[in-house]
Design a protein around this ligand. Structure first.
Ligand SMILES: *Cc1c(COP(=O)(O)O)cnc(C)c1O
Length: 380
């Protein structure tokens, strides 16, 4: 029997989960433009502009700022494999799923992860971090998640970095969900290594991970005793392709390392243009505004927020599922009858909460109203 295959036409969904978020139509258009060579001078110019736009969104002058050709998890891995060597001690703050992945990365690099645990739904406790730093004066880095997508908690990145600098250690920050949704100042806060993703508040297609390394981080990488165990994520090799910036900068020859996902880079460039045009402060204000209208709509339906107001993320709203309501059934109906995706709880929160994303393009008054009215219909 011969099977017949045909093109895949995705349903048109409204994406209000923990990512991917709705992709801007202009970004999808950019993605569909003709592919050119990945060392074509025009493409190299585009790479340089993407680097500049990423410096803008990260608020940094770091020359080593570029997208890794793989999703957020690869950005995470690139930071750890380049900075952590066997025997290194890293303090990892965990108050959700993603801190656990940082721990896993440290361990796989042969490092020692010293955990600072806080309850899921609560922010990282600065006093505990201080005590841990005091008890381990030889730590190399402090690692934490800025916006914990599994709970909707914003950790105080500025204060955590300040603390790390008091103890003269590197800072490693997961900004996958915060970039483009929450205030983030890489240089001012003295962040040494940071990674993000394209499918959350940048509203680009999934599959790229913007990263940035400070000069201090680059020094640490240069002083490594062991070779980076990952060939693909070795920043020294990647710089040979993406350009080293600074004095060696523009004129430096680009060497083939891997083939950049050319069309995805067009898409990222377009999404960064949108963010640049709107302006960071306006973008953050829009995320705050839509969060507040979602909150008032959900509260009218009797849904309660789990996370306290002063550290609640506007782009990821975690609400308790009311007693007697079937989690999976509600999400299935939202998807099948309303084409609306919202997120389930993870880990210990599975079945207890929903996570409603208002990220990037998805953070709109229209989506807020649609989500509230769809939920109202389903919960009726
Ligand atoms: C989504 C996410 C990641 C992983 O990104 P992928 O693109 O799925 O690999 C890492 N950290 C946080 C905080 C996230 O929300």
């Amino acid at each position: 029997m011969s099977q017949s295959f045909s093109s895949f036409i995705p349903p048109s969904r409204v994406l209000m989960g923990p990512g991917p978020s709705d992709v801007y139509p202009q970004v999808l258009e950019a993605l569909a433009r003709p592919t050119i060579g990945h060392l074509d001078p025009k493409f190299v110019d585009l790479m340089d502009e993407v680097k500049q736009l990423l410096q803008f969104v990260f608020q940094t002058n770091n020359t080593l700022t570029m997208p890794i050709s793989a999703p957020g998890s690869a950005g995470m891995e690139s930071v750890f494999v380049n900075l952590v060597e066997p025997g290194d001690k890293v303090i990892v703050c965990q108050n959700g799923v993603f801190g656990g992945r940082m721990q896993e990365n440290v361990l796989r690099c042969g490092g020692q992860a010293i955990m600072v645990q806080d309850k899921w739904g609560e922010p990282t406790d600065l006093n505990k971090v201080r005590e841990t730093l005091q008890a381990n004066l030889d730590v190399k880095a402090l690692a934490f998640v800025h916006a914990e997508t599994s709970t909707g908690v914003l950790n105080d990145a500025k204060a955590l970095c300040q603390l790390a600098k008091e103890f003269d250690c590197l800072t490693i920050v997961d900004a996958v969900t915060s970039l483009g949704g929450s205030e983030l100042k890489v240089d001012e806060w003295q962040i040494d290594a940071i990674y993000s993703g394209t499918q959350k508040c940048l509203s680009c297609v999934p599959g790229l991970s913007p990263v940035s390394f400070s000069d201090r981080a680059i020094e640490v990488i240069k002083q490594r005793k062991h070779r980076v165990q990952s060939w693909f994520l070795d920043m020294d090799l990647i710089m040979g392709y993406w350009g080293r910036g600074g004095k060696e900068g523009k004129s430096s020859k680009r060497a083939y390392h891997h083939t950049a996902p050319v069309n995805s880079i067009y898409a990222l460039h377009e999404s960064l243009l949108i963010l640049h045009k709107e302006g960071l402060q306006n973008t953050h204000a829009r995320h705050d505004r839509n969060h507040l209208s979602l909150k008032s709509g959900l509260e009218k339906l009797g849904l309660e927020f789990v996370v306290q107001k002063n550290y609640r993320l506007p782009q990821l709203n975690m609400v308790r599922i009311p007693d007697g309501v079937n989690d999976a059934e509600v999400r299935d109906r939202l998807l099948n009858e309303f084409n609306l995706e919202i997120g389930a709880g993870l880990g210990e929160l599975a079945g207890k909460v929903w996570r409603i994303g208002l990220m990037g393009c998805s953070s709109s008054r229209k989506n807020v109203d649609y989500c509230v009215s769809s939920l109202e219909a389903v919960l009726d």
